[in-house]
Design a binder for this molecule. Structure first.
Ligand SMILES: [Fe+2]
Length: 265
């Protein structure tokens, strides 16, 4: 059996308290992968804002093997500066744009963000359409069934209790269509900060569990810890567990059974 632990976080917006709270979470859980699911840059203008250099220093000090970035609507031309400071220190960042990444074990898929200016983040890569049928099938061709385990996207899917309807954070109908068609095990997004305040952190679309970890408390970072166990050469996990903090609630699912159950620990 091989195991992997992935910590995902969204919407930090260069907030000093949230980055410091994240550093504590990384120290506590020691994940193999730390994934920023959009809006980690672009300060909200508050007093407790980090500069981009501070953000890079803070992430660089977190002891984690791999750091992955997914674009949110607040990553625009600020990504140029981030990229050019980050690269000489840590190598080119793993910045997913409508593509998969082997976390080994396992694969995760990083969705694009339809809002905002993606040019800097996309770099030399081709533009993709909102219609996921124009790019997602090639991801499945490359990674096979493994591409069904974990999808990370900044903007929510529409039509769940995890995003505010008829608002700028309602999410994308195209994401929902893709989830309905491919039924990934777990989809994690953020962007909507309102629904987490109602203590609503998960919902389902068919057998897919959707989780929103948009920030809702000013000091304690809201994040998930995804733990997966794989049998040798199996594309999908034997077991997947997702825990959400600071609520300390968790759900788990096993291979061959599409039902998510409350975890005992
Ligand atoms: Fe956002």
């Amino acid at each position: 059996m091989e195991k992997i632990k992935i910590l995902t976080v969204t919407d930090l917006h260069q907030n000093e308290d949230l980055y410091e709270s994240l550093a504590k979470a990384v120290k506590e859980h020691q994940p193999d992968v730390l994934a920023f699911v959009g809006d980690f840059l672009d300060a909200g203008g508050g007093k407790k804002s980090f500069s981009i250099d501070d953000v890079i220093r803070a992430i660089g000090q977190m002891k984690v093997k791999k750091v992955i970035f997914i674009r949110g609507n607040h990553e625009d031309e600020n990504w140029w500066y981030f990229f050019h400071v980050w690269t000489p220190l840590f190598g080119a960042p793993i910045a997913l744009h409508a593509e998969g990444y082997k976390t080994d074990p396992g694969v995760l898929i990083g969705f694009p963000c339809l809002m905002g200016d993606e040019e800097a983040f996309r770099g030399d890569r081709e533009m993709v359409m909102a219609d996921t049928e124009t790019w997602l099938p090639s991801v499945f061709q490359q990674f096979g069934k493994s591409a069904r385990s974990l999808w990370l996207m900044h903007e929510p899917s529409t039509g769940t209790s995890l995003s505010t309807p008829n608002s700028v954070v309602q999410g994308n109908v195209e994401w929902r269509e893709a989830i309905e068609k491919y039924q990934p095990w777990l989809v994690i997004f953020g962007h909507d900060h309102r629904t987490p305040k109602k203590n609503q952190w998960h919902d389902t679309i068919g057998e897919t569990l959707c989780v929103n970890v948009g920030q809702y408390t000013p000091k304690k970072v809201h994040y998930t810890l995804v733990e997966m166990t794989f049998s040798e050469n199996q594309p999908l996990p034997e077991k997947m567990k997702v825990a959400v903090f600071p609520q300390k609630k968790s759900l788990e699912r096993e291979l061959g059974n599409g039902i998510w159950k409350t975890s005992k620990n």
